[in-house]
Design a protein around this ligand. Structure first.
Ligand code: GLN
Length: 184
């Protein structure tokens, strides 16, 4: 969470943390961070953010989900814990912990043609993989072709963490393209 805030500060964008439904009022976009998707799911229900957030996303609120955030945006989850729900928005199946556990975490460079210039730096931490892409555009792949980023309209989900490795171009692209494009 803090790392996303630092990227937004670097890009000169004001921000606030969303914990309750009233925090959603008036925002131009939302980033769902990494962490543990089942815990974020439970907290969203306890704090009653789940339903208003689902409505806002369905209404076109720009959203960027990283890692657990991608899982929460996916319509179906392989390896979900019992009762785990998502907000949905991306018509994909994601496989949780597809690379193994914490020790299998790694940094690499991602091919992301929507972002010009050099390949994108990315950290993968107990990351999910995108398995079954239906109505989405693939925006990021590993060199072996595995899909690690998708977009469907206002929803963007990536398996990895650019914010942990000093990479601000994914956020800049999302702000310039998805958030700016949606502003009414
Ligand atoms: N493995 C976590 C999950 O399934 C995601 C890890 C992360 O966000 N870095 O929710």
């Amino acid at each position: 969470m803090r790392e996303h805030e630092l990227v937004l500060e670097e890009l000169g964008v004001s921000h606030r943390q969303v914990r309750t439904p009233s925090d959603l009022v008036g925002i131009d976009g939302i980033i769902i961070p990494g962490g543990e998707s089942s815990v974020i799911d439970k907290l969203s229900r306890i704090f009653e953010v789940r339903e208003p957030l689902i409505s806002a996303i369905a209404g076109g609120l720009p959203v960027l989900g990283t890692c657990a955030g991608l899982i929460l945006l996916s319509n179906s989850v392989i390896g979900a814990i019992e009762g785990q729900q998502t907000f949905g928005g991306l018509d994909v199946a994601v496989e949780r912990n597809a690379f193994g556990g914490q020790v299998e975490s790694f940094e690499t460079a991602i091919d992301m043609p929507v972002i010009g210039g050099a390949s994108v730096k990315a950290a993968f931490i107990r990351a999910p993989l995108i398995r079954d892409v239906r109505e989405c555009e693939v925006i990021a792949t590993l060199t072996n072709g595995d899909i690690v980023g998708v977009r469907s309209g206002n929803c963007v989900g990536i398996s990895f963490h650019p914010e942990l490795v000093g990479e601000s171009r994914v956020h800049a692209w999302w702000l310039d393209t998805v958030v700016a494009g949606a502003q009414r």
